[in-house]
Ligand binder design. Structure first.
Ligand code: BDR
Ligand code: CA
Length: 306
């Protein structure tokens, strides 16, 4: 059973489709991040309506814990979904806060819940602050975040989900205990080849058509950046959450979040040589079975026999 904390977001959308195609989803916690909370919530509702999934949507924190941060509208569009002008969903979000919903669901599914964090960690930090025993009831936490070799995407050193709310990331990474980390550089190494994505978008069902529309600007942006393919960070994290055996290589290391650096605020500092004496809590995924990952994505877009 999954609880997904997310800020949809084009790659979040793909991850949410994968979760509903291949797993059971207890709820979506919504964070501000890629764009503001009202938009990320509306996007989640639209996507769930598209696939006719009854999954409840719980809006959470409208801003980072301490300092304001810039969104990622320049990549995801001003509405977070590629500015397609879609008709809003008819359904409504729940009134329960995402942090409270996560705590409740962790009791209802004690020992069986996998939390997949695809957004700034604000909601998780709030939940953990309210109830430090939360990790005891969660089977697994998979975080998409961090730039473990210092090649950030929101600043030189920081990856977006961590850089948007470093204090929240600090709370989660220092208090949760063990978690899996799908970092930005891993996502760059596991980009989806552009031509294959175009094939899937042409061959898939209504999910592919919707994803084709919302990802159009991002695909143009990615080609202009001369990337090796379409980087779908949250989809990779979701594949790791859904199919742990896709992980080919991982290293468990201590990890800390830089909060104060003039140039490095939001950096994920990995103690690769294990000099700090801190507990090794982050299982940093180093390689994933690319074929299996692509299969998982294509099937979630409705591609027959991918
Ligand atoms: C992460 O930041 C967001 O823009 C994406 O949705 C993903 O969660 C990648 O750095
Ligand atoms: Ca995201």
């Amino acid at each position: 059973m999954l609880f997904i904390d997310t800020d949809p977001g084009v790659d979040d959308a793909l991850a949410i489709l994968m979760a509903h195609a291949h797993g059971s989803v207890a709820g979506l916690g919504i964070a501000a991040g890629n764009v503001g909370l009202a938009r990320t919530t509306a996007n989640a509702l639209k996507l769930l309506e598209l696939i006719d999934a009854p999954t409840p949507v719980f809006p959470g924190a409208p801003q980072p814990l301490v300092r304001p941060a810039d969104d990622a509208a320049f990549v995801h569009g001003a509405d977070g979904f590629g500015d397609t002008g879609y008709l809003p969903a008819c359904r409504r979000a729940q009134s329960e806060h995402a942090a409270l919903a996560l705590l409740r669901l962790s009791h209802e599914h004690a020992g069986a819940l996998t939390v997949v964090a695809l957004a700034p960690l604000t909601n998780l930090a709030l939940a953990l602050s309210l109830d430090p025993t939360l990790p005891d009831r969660v089977r697994r936490l998979v975080i998409m975040g961090g730039a473990v070799t210092g090649q950030g995407n929101t600043s030189v050193a920081a990856e977006f989900n961590i850089g948007f709310d470093p204090e929240a990331a600090h709370i989660v990474c220092s208090r949760w205990g063990a978690f899996d980390l799908v970092d930005w550089e891993l996502c760059l190494r596991h980009a989806l080849p552009f031509e294959r994505v175009e094939q899937w978008l042409a061959q898939g069902d209504a999910r592919a058509a919707f994803y084709a529309a919302i990802s159009r600007k991002m695909r143009v942006f990615s080609r202009a950046q001369r990337r090796s393919g379409l980087v779908v960070a949250d989809a990779l994290a979701m594949a790791v959450a859904l199919q742990p055996d896709l992980v080919i290589e991982a290293q468990v290391r201590p990890l800390a979040i830089e909060l104060d650096g003039a140039l490095t605020r939001g950096a994920t500092l990995v103690d690769w040589a294990q000099r700090s004496g801190r507990p090794p809590v982050a299982r940093i995924v180093g390689a994933v079975d690319q074929h299996g990952f692509e299969h998982c994505v294509a099937a979630a877009l409705g591609v027959a026999a991918p």
